[in-house]
Design a protein. Structure first.
Length: 71
């Protein structure tokens, strides 16, 4: 794999070309999202915080949900 290799990952319904080996934690930081108050699902399964430092697979489908205050 080359240093600038990219993978295609669908994030909240939008295809994105991201650096190969990107993790959920890095993706959240790239998107400007906090690590607290956020839930991540990968391929329709909850992606536990303990797995956020593992590389995301090419072709993965992510859903990122953020908690919203209010009532």
């Amino acid at each position: 794999m080359t240093e600038n290799a990219q993978v295609s990952i669908r994030v909240n319904g939008t295809d994105r070309d991201l650096p190969a080996g990107i993790t959920a934690a890095r993706l959240l930081a790239t998107l400007g999202l906090p690590e607290r108050g956020v839930a991540v699902a990968v391929d329709d399964a909850v992606h536990p915080r303990s797995a956020w430092d593992r590389p995301l697979p090419a072709g993965a489908r992510l859903e990122i949900l953020t908690a919203v205050q209010g009532g």
